[in-house]
Design a protein around this ligand. Structure first.
Ligand SMILES: NC(=O)c1ccc[n+]([C@@H]2O[C@H](COP(=O)([O-])OP(=O)(O)OC[C@H]3O[C@@H](n4cnc5c(N)ncnc54)[C@H](O)[C@@H]3O)[C@@H](O)[C@H]2O)c1
Length: 404
């Protein structure tokens, strides 16, 4: 739905919300006019900090506000589809955080409602808006590495931050325990992977320019990480074996069978952090290769200089790129570009609304990456490759008795 000015009501004032609020504040065509959270103290704190005039503790009430034309949903995953559906029915444009849905059926329902109601629906897939990955895509589109043939990713799982190792406290302690509970975070026994895999698959399709066809994921024993895999239950921290499914490595093929990809968990290999490369990605083409160096690697050096993207080409000089984007004040990482990625993503959303066009990552895209994530989890459970198109809610829902 085309609008002259984007008047936002944002729901869910947890960890991710401030990157969204900062992005809207910096844009001349948008304003957050209302915020909503169950936590009244947090509501007051955020409204004061960002000068937001209206506050709600009931989402349904916020949706009735006629001044709001757009809703931004940054609540736990279990609420994404129900809240997005209600927003569509109230005639509001929607930006909904990833993962878009817990089931494919509910995701489809939201896409259909948005279409019928004539509202715009974008899913907040921040990775494809990282400046370094956008630059990689520009270089690929310009033919700098020839035809991309293979992508290798080393990201996440964010479970074992240095602070967590030291204190034995779960990283989820910062932002509540829902993330490790499949009922609230999705994943049928693999909640942590469900929360994060969508990023890896969105990136894998964005840079390779082909759809993922089949995935093969390994399952591992995470008993050595029991302190990290805990959930807040009141005052105590409870290890939940039924929700501790872990996947350290995923491989996949594309519709273009000459292409393939692999993701490996970057952080905790036998309790050791990989300090040299941290999070990184490479794309190999038939004429060259791109390396994108990211969060977590303290030794990101190239010829003595720290760089963030390296372009290697056949018979040409190697080029390096830095992206100095003011550091990171939200995500507890040394060289992360997440804040800027969220800003880029929200700029795209606002631009799509002002010009009445489709955003570059839609509800259908969000649903597709959830389906690929489900395929990875099915594959880990069944110990064999799974085609993305074969995954249905029913097949995915088969929950193991205990994963660890
Ligand atoms: N794209 C990214 O890089 C990125 C990064 C972090 C989180 N996320 C996603 O953002 C979403 C939120 O994550 P988070 O870390 O901010 O979570 P969080 O737990 O820190 O915050 C969730 C907030 O929602 C509020 N809430 C819960 N139920 C509510 C309700 N019924 N009505 C109103 N408010 C309610 C909670 O009180 C809390 O303040 C998740 O889906 C997560 O996957 C995305």
């Amino acid at each position: 739905m085309k609008v002259k000015k984007v008047n936002v009501g944002l729901v869910g004032l947890g960890m991710v919300c401030e990157s969204h609020l900062k992005a809207y504040s910096a844009h001349p065509d948008a304003e957050v006019i209302a915020v909503c959270d169950l936590d009244a103290a947090r509501l007051k704190e955020i409204a004061n900090k960002y000068g937001i005039p209206k506050t709600y503790t009931a989402y349904e009430q916020m949706l009735q506000d006629p001044e709001i034309n757009t809703v931004d949903i940054t609540t736990p995953t279990i609420l994404h589809s129900p809240m997005a559906l209600a927003a569509a029915m109230a005639g509001k444009n929607i930006l909904c955080e990833k993962p878009f849905c817990l089931t494919l059926t509910e995701g489809q329902e939201v896409c259909e409602a948005a279409h019928t109601q004539g509202v715009t629906l974008m899913v907040g897939e921040s990775y494809i808006f990282m400046t370094s990955l956008k630059q990689a895509r520009t270089l690929i589109d310009a033919g700098e590495i020839g035809k991309p043939q293979q992508i290798r990713q080393q990201f996440g799982s964010w479970v074992e931050r240095p602070g967590v190792l030291e204190t034995g406290r779960p990283v989820t302690d910062d932002h509540r325990g829902w993330r490790m509970d499949s009922k609230k975070a999705g994943g049928a026994g693999f909640p942590w992977m469900f929360d994060h895999c969508v990023h890896f698959f969105a990136t894998a399709e964005y840079l390779m320019g082909s759809r993922i066809k089949e995935v093969y994921a390994l399952k591992s024993d995470i008993s050595w990480m029991k302190t990290a895999y805990q959930v807040d239950e009141g005052e105590t921290h409870v290890y939940r074996p039924e929700d501790s499914g872990d996947i350290p490595i995923i491989t996949w093929t594309y519709d273009d069978l000459a292409c393939q990809g692999v993701w490996m968990r970057a952080e905790t290999l036998n309790g050791k952090f990989d300090p040299m490369y941290g999070f990184s990605l490479s794309i190999i083409g038939d004429q060259g290769m791109i390396e994108v160096l990211g969060e977590g690697g303290r030794g990101l050096q190239w010829m003595g200089e720290s760089t963030h993207l390296v372009l290697h080409r056949k018979d040409k000089e190697t080029r390096t790129f830095r992206f100095d984007e003011g550091g990171d004040d939200i995500w507890q990482s040394e060289v992360s570009y997440y804040s800027k990625a969220h800003q880029n993503q929200i700029n795209e959303f606002i631009d799509a609304l002002i010009h009445g066009r489709k955003p570059s990552y839609t509800g259908e895209d969000g649903k597709r990456d959830v389906q690929t994530t489900m395929a990875a989890i099915c594959s880990a459970k069944e110990g064999r490759p799974v085609r993305v198109k074969d995954v249905t809610d029913l097949r995915f829902a088969k929950i193991p008795e205990a994963n660890a």
